[in-house]
Design a binder for this molecule. Structure first.
Ligand code: KG4
Ligand code: ZN
Length: 376
């Protein structure tokens, strides 16, 4: 590529301080594109909370033999898949690009090769058709997608998640407790000091010789296991504050498995998974309990306790957070399982929410491998 033709992009051009809701946008149709990790995904979502179509091309089989995502392979796979995924998404919704009111794509954080593929595709579509473009922060998409669906747990159907809400955001790359005040407005209440919860699930699975990604398989094995058979440390749980640490759990597991190496029978693996998962659940509940005492949270009086991100698929975490919500007389909400892991619908919904607040790209911007929610 000719370097003069590279679009130089300045994130400062995003209207980060402008949260004004634009009136007269009765119905908005948005194409969302996701490519920040190992899923090439696109979706068409409208402002009435309908998902018209939703396609996820998972690269997991391509990365499975390496036990994790290989960034270069991921970027190449995104290039090969993205046109087809977008075309199929449009076809299955029965719309064309011209019907879109706004184009949205992940602009970070994530594996930069993949992010560039999705983002530059979105820039091309938006520029050629003169459509508004939203640079979606992937974490914000996870954070906002619970608002796409009515709360279904102890919240009445139709009771949408409203700002402010207390969010446990747990994915493969991040583990944070956030007070979500509005679009682009996040208070970081606590975060991991080392590994994310998803990473811990993936690493424990790898140690046990289970397949990648580890979360779903550990969740499954844990259902048949005894959570009291093995005792793992619960880092920071005896300390004040809301931060997490998962690397100590991983080291304890490694040390133990070095002492009792494979082969392990099914009972051992199931009990190990159940005990590990119970530990993660206890850490999350402990930290959220502390978050409830945080002055910012007390003052904001959030109505909903929400979990989002890939780890939000975990049945034990969902159940424990629902009980915690009841304890604090809050409503529990979580996205449907297929919207927890990376997908295009969450990007399209974040695109609509940002567009409604006039947070659109008005000049070229640079995709960011790191992009904390507190920098929106
Ligand atoms: O949000 P996500 O799709 O990608 C990132 O943005 O990182 O999250 C992927 C993570 C992986 O670490 C995966 O193991 C974890 O979510 N995960 C789960 C479950 N399903 C996926 N972790 C625990 N239990 C699950 N059922
Ligand atoms: Zn994600």
């Amino acid at each position: 590529m000719n370097s003069e033709k590279i679009i130089r992009i300045d994130m400062g051009n995003l209207k980060s301080s402008d949260h004004r809701v634009i009136e007269n946008k009765p119905h908005v149709l948005c194409l969302g594109i996701e490519s920040s990790c190992d899923e090439t995904a696109a979706a068409i979502v409208d402002s009435n909370r309908n998902i018209l179509s939703h396609i996820v091309y998972s690269q997991i089989p391509e990365h499975q033999k390496y036990g994790g995502v290989v960034p270069e392979l991921a970027a190449r796979a995104h290039i090969l898949a993205i046109d087809t995924v977008i075309k199929q998404t449009l076809k299955s919704a029965g719309v064309t690009l011209k019907d879109m009111d706004v184009i949205a794509a992940t602009a970070g954080p994530g594996l930069i090769g993949g992010v560039l593929v999705g983002w530059m595709t979105a820039v091309g579509i938006a520029q050629s058709l003169d459509k508004p473009l939203v640079a979606v922060n992937h974490l914000e998409a996870h954070a906002l997608v619970p608002r796409l669906h009515a709360a279904t747990a102890n919240g009445a159907d139709g009771d949408f998640v409203t700002f402010p809400y207390l969010l446990m955001l747990a994915s493969g790359g991040h583990c944070q407790i956030l007070l979500v005040r509005g679009v682009g407005r996040y208070d970081l209440i606590g975060q991991t000091l080392d590994d994310s919860a998803g990473e811990a699930f993936d690493k424990i699975a790898k140690m046990l010789g289970l397949e990648y990604p580890g979360g779903p398989v550990v969740d499954e094995r844990a259902r048949c296991g005894n959570p009291n058979r093995f005792v793992f440390p619960r880092p920071l749980c005896d300390k004040a504050g809301c931060d997490f640490s998962f690397s100590g759990i991983k080291t304890a597991a490694r040390t133990f498995l070095d002492k009792y190496p494979a082969p392990h029978d099914d009972g051992f693996v199931n009990d190990f998974c159940a005990s590990f998962q119970r530990t993660v659940v206890d850490c999350i509940v402990n930290r959220l309990d502390h978050a409830m005492q945080d002055k910012r949270v007390i003052l904001a009086k959030p109505k909903h306790l929400v979990v989002a991100g890939g780890v939000a698929k975990n049945s034990a975490i969902r159940a424990a957070m629902e009980m915690l919500a009841q304890k604090y007389k809050m409503l529990f909400a979580a996205p449907p399982l297929n919207l927890c892991t990376d997908n295009g619908a969450m990007i399209a919904w974040a695109g609509i929410e940002n567009f409604m607040c006039n947070r659109i790209v008005t000049a070229p911007i640079a995709p960011r491998p790191r992009w904390p929610l507190t920098e929106l």
